[in-house]
Ligand binder design. Sequence first.
Ligand code: SF4
Length: 303
Amino acid sequence: MVRAVDGVDISVNRGETVSIVGESGCGKTVTAMTVLKLIAMPPGRIMAGKILFEGRDLVPMAPDEMRAIRSKQIGIVFQEPMTSLNPVYTVGQQIAETVRHHEGLSKRAAFDRAAEMLSLVQIPNPQKRVHDYPHQFSGGMRQRVMIAMALSCNPKLLIADEPTTALDVTIQAQILELMNEMKQRLGMSILLITHAMGVVAETSQRVIVMYAGKVVEDATVENLFANPRHPYTQGLIRSIPRIDLAATTHTRLEAIPGSVPSLLNPPRGCRFAARCRYATEACTLAEPPLREVAPGHKVACIL
Ligand code: SF4
């Protein structure tokens, strides 16, 4: 049995953006999919715990009720919009279908709403573009369509899984800016899954750092960058290019040596020990618990 995510405790307050950050295989996406109850069951299983959304536990919720919550109250944006958009329907039909299903609008009103949503995410000429198919949009525009679709029912929470990873850098910045703007305009919360610390710095109020299925650090974005306490977080931050240093020094970017351990047979004690420059024998004896080291700043490290 693999425990892909183990003992994770995350909260997202109203109007807040919380990022979950870590390398591939750290459990970020499984965490988000679990919140949405979209992990394949079986073989996936939520063995214990609660997922509280607006005071209700989603874990025992029936599939129909969960489906309604997913599309009406929790919006989802994935990394590659082409896997979520249906290539044989126009984007207008797809957005209209979502709002018709959940708000019972007439066909005409739903199509008008689709055009409004495209306009909201700044797609030029929305009245015309609702009649286009996904392949007629560029990568960045397709991601805007996905955001429009996710926001069409006015969700309280938007879960965005690596929403900018497949895009080039200038388009990434535009999409992040758009998400920030939408958050402020619609008053929703965002749970952002990313491996990019630069994206975290630009978008989030709070950051959860995950390693091998566990939360290793949880802090405000200011604390995390000013005073990263976990050696893994420190390594992630050291691997970000610094424009201010690059101009004056010849510092090399540091990579974290090694890779994330297999969760089939996770190591005893601290899961990061094999890659940690401060590891001692004590680190391998027991798993370090997540402890509060300063107000609102939690770390799982014996140091
Ligand atoms: Fe490194 Fe030990 Fe801290 Fe783990 S517990 S991060 S191995 S110092």
